[in-house]
Design a binder for this molecule. Structure first.
Ligand code: F6P
Length: 444
């Protein structure tokens, strides 16, 4: 990473780590700030260790300690890659050419490592002010009075700004790949992108946004095959499944009204009402798979109020020769297959034409994740069990081993809100007798 402090580097880092891990590339972050705090044994700001003076590039002793820590962190990263890790993220400011050259020099003796520098630049004063306020809560300022902390951080920033050299033509001599991300992907400059992963990362970074929004996710209503315990197929909904769909449309409508009101008030408070009309009453996208059971679930959504789209990407895992069988029938007819899937559900691919594994479905959903990140409006996704597990796995950063076993019952609705500092999720259960949704305290 490259960039001045408080430019959202750690936010970007977390997002890339989550995305690449979801794509099944083991990814780990090596944060130099944390190493510095460990090295200084918690001496916070009462001496020179973390105060602004420590970040002055003319302070030669401090500079050499900082360079040393950056190298140490890189050594840890390299060692981890050698143990089988795929992507190591060096999370530091690396904001001078000299520092970047030092890291590249070390990497020259590692022929299997490829480098992509990602620089985050933020010129939006509102985002910057917010980031600075967040920085005051960092462990560096634990127990430090807010005014004093703000003043120290302001001076620390000045020190960094004096030594800052943005990525540019001078860095291009080194034959590296880089990407400059200006204002959370509003403007992106990419240089010399060669590798598949570098390309994926840059494409991903180009597409995300910070708009507050809700992503509603649910499986379809109960189908006739669900009643029989059969997997796959293209059965219609049962009467109960239709009732669920109708309630879903009413509930989402009510939630939208409430959400719009909350956002309108928040926008009024923030900007004395100036941008409130942009914030509310936005078109809500509704995405279903191409299968009958999801399409029938959204039949009561008004197509004038909602932008309804059917997508093959959202179809359920295709079970090949096991389609439309019950689990008991699979165990009886194909005992070896049944056993194999039990042992490694993530990798197991159903035999027969078009049969898929969880990994295949992850690959199929990759473009959808990019689209999800790009969208700034609220949305409703009506899909199937495996797709739900994989999408929730991404949004909630669920461990890959746990993801195929996640409990995602029918008639349960998830509301996921991406926030700059993590994702907030609520789960609602449809209570049939009340024909309404009740918030479930149990976290997925
Ligand atoms: O039973 C419903 C269903 O969506 C099937 O169509 C699908 O094969 C199955 O769930 C996936 O769940 P698991 O991966 O646990 O078998």
């Amino acid at each position: 990473m490259v960039g001045l402090p408080a430019r959202g580097k750690s936010f970007i880092v977390k997002k890339i780590q989550r995305y690449l891990t979801w794509l099944q590339y083991d990814t780990r972050v090596f944060n130099v700030g944390n190493l510095r705090r460990i090295a200084s044994k918690g001496d916070n700001n009462n001496g020179t260790t973390h105060s602004h003076a420590f970040f002055d590039s003319t302070n030669t002793t401090a500079k050499s300690i900082r360079d040393q820590l950056a190298l140490e962190s890189l050594e840890e990263l390299i060692a981890w890659l050698k143990q089988g890790g795929r992507v190591g993220i060096h999370d530091a400011t690396n904001s001078s050419r000299e520092r970047r050259k030092m890291l590249l020099d070390r990497l020259k003796s590692e022929p299997n490592c490829r480098v992509l520098f990602i620089e985050s630049i933020c010129t939006d004063p509102v985002v910057l002010a917010h980031n600075i306020t967040m920085k005051l809560m960092s462990p560096d300022y634990k127990g430090v009075d807010e005014t004093q902390a703000r003043e120290d951080f302001r001076k620390r920033l000045e020190n960094y700004e004096r030594a800052y050299q943005t990525l540019g033509e001078e860095d291009e001599d080194e034959g590296i790949q880089y990407c400059k991300l200006i204002n959370v992907g509003k403007k992106v400059i990419a240089y010399n992108t060669q590798g598949y992963l570098a390309g994926q990362c840059i494409f991903y970074l180009m597409n995300f946004n910070l708009s507050p929004r809700c992503i509603w996710l649910t499986r379809h209503g109960e189908s006739l095959d669900n009643k029989l315990g059969k997997i796959g197929g293209d059965a219609p909904l049962s009467a109960r499944g239709k009732k669920y769909g109708a309630c879903l449309a009413r509930f989402i409508k009510q939630q939208r009204i409430e959400q719009d009101e909350i956002r309108r008030r928040a926008a009024e408070q923030r900007e004395a009402g100036s941008s409130s009309s942009q914030q509310c009453e936005r078109t809500v996208a509704v995405w279903t798979s191409m299968l009958r059971r999801t399409k029938e679930t959204v039949e009561e959504f008004d197509p004038i109020e909602y932008d309804i789209k059917e997508m093959r990407l959202l179809n359920e895992i295709y079970a090949g020769i096991c389609e439309e069988l019950t689990y008991a029938q699979i165990r009886e007819r194909y005992p070896e297959e049944f056993q194999e899937r039990k042992i490694n559900k993530l990798f197991y691919r159903y035999p027969g034409m078009g049969g898929e594994s969880y990994l295949d479905v992850i690959q199929r959903l990759n473009p959808l994740i990019i689209e999800l990140e790009r969208m700034s409006s609220d949305m409703v996704i009506v899909t199937h069990r495996v797709v739900m597990r994989i999408l929730l796995g991404y949004m909630l950063d669920i461990d890959r081993a746990k993801m195929p076993e996640m409990e995602v019952p029918l008639h349960t609705l998830y509301c996921v809100e991406p926030k700059p500092h993590g994702t907030v999720v609520k789960r609602y259960r449809w209570v049939e007798e009340q024909d309404w949704f009740v918030e479930d305290q149990q976290q997925p």
